[in-house]
Ligand binder design. Structure first.
Ligand code: FAD
Length: 281
């Protein structure tokens, strides 16, 4: 018998890759400037949301004892991504938005999300069974937040999950490795960093959009997270401070080798040898 779960999904707005050319760097704060650049839903976060929605079935859901809550720590325009999550099927959404959260590195981000999730739990009077994240974001791509969240909660956490089966409260999972995968068996509560191969996110239907308008989208600022400590929030609370961000000057060296085929071949081989690109040549 399939159980049903209270699930949270962390979703991040990321710059639309079609506009990467407009992404800039603040020369003073060394943070990314993305003013005027449209955001998209971080792709693996849709797989994370799909995974949570697939586990939300049955009577407990109808009775409201099981739900899927989407949460994002982002500037005000992050609300658009949360509306998309509601239209896709999330039951409620929470935006953590305050200048105090700005410029956060991964530790400060996961800390803020942790306090946002704990606040939802206290408001609902029940803990989350499952916390889903994407394996990595399309911009920072540090792939650190899901594991950090697991540490803040003190829960088991798995990263790069590409296979998930649930039965009777037991989860059988597989996580991607460079040359293979690992198999796991686990029980909630846990934090999962989801890979894009896990599933195919459902399309957002017109009915989904209509229904989403009646669903709660709550915005919380710094003062709504009284349990959080300023020394772990935002740029000031971020131990990782970008040293310098620059676009490396990658340039290729071209050289003409002429002569007979044998001479050209000999010239190419000696160039490869000289470069040391191939060991033992
Ligand atoms: C180019 C660049 C380089 C950076 N390098 C570093 C660095 O080396 N170290 C560092 O600490 N920070 C770094 N940052 C800052 C970092 O991107 C932010 O802290 C970010 O909020 C979290 O890191 P991430 O995007 O790498 O998350 P990841 O760990 O890659 O994201 C994994 C998942 O966590 C969830 N998640 C992440 N951010 C949020 C959010 N704001 N709201 C909701 N869910 C979220 C999503 O489900 C996401 O799929 C960098 C940012 C940029 C743009």
């Amino acid at each position: 018998m399939n159980m049903t779960y209270r699930a949270a999904v962390c979703v991040k707005p990321v710059p639309d890759p079609n506009c990467y050319g407009k992404v800039g760097i603040d020369p003073v704060k060394k943070t990314i400037t993305r003013a005027g650049i449209p955001n998209i839903f971080n792709p693996p976060d849709k797989n994370a949301l799909e995974a949570a929605l697939c586990l939300r079935t049955g009577a407990a859901y109808v009775a409201g004892a099981a739900y899927v809550a989407a949460i994002s720590m982002s500037p005000p325009e992050g609300a658009e991504i949360l509306r998309e999550a509601l239209a896709m099927g999330a039951d409620e959404a929470y935006l953590l938005c305050d200048r105090a959260f700005a410029g956060a590195d991964t530790l400060a981000t996961s800390y803020s999300l942790y306090h946002g999730l704990r606040k939802i739990e206290s408001e609902k009077g029940a803990p989350f069974d499952l916390i889903f994240c994407g394996a990595e974001s399309a911009d920072g791509a540090t792939a650190q937040v899901s594991s950090q969240l697991g540490e803040w909660f003190g829960y088991p956490h798995l990263w790069n999950v590409f296979h998930l089966e649930e039965s009777g409260g037991i989860f059988k999972l597989r996580t991607k490795l460079e040359n293979g995968y690992m198999e796991w068996e686990a029980e909630p509560p846990m934090v999962l960093g989801v890979a894009r191969e896990l599933n195919k996110p459902r399309f957002i239907s017109a009915m989904g959009v209509v229904k989403s308008r009646k669903k709660p989208l709550v915005t919380w600022g710094r003062t709504d997270l009284p349990g959080a400590d300023d020394k772990y929030l935002g740029l000031a609370g971020s131990p990782t401070q970008a040293g310098d961000i620059f676009t490396p000057n990658i340039r290729r060296e071209g050289r003409q080798i002429s002569g007979s085929p044998d001479e050209i071949t000999a010239g190419i081989l000696s160039a490869i040898r000289a470069s040391g690109a191939v060991a033992g040549m």
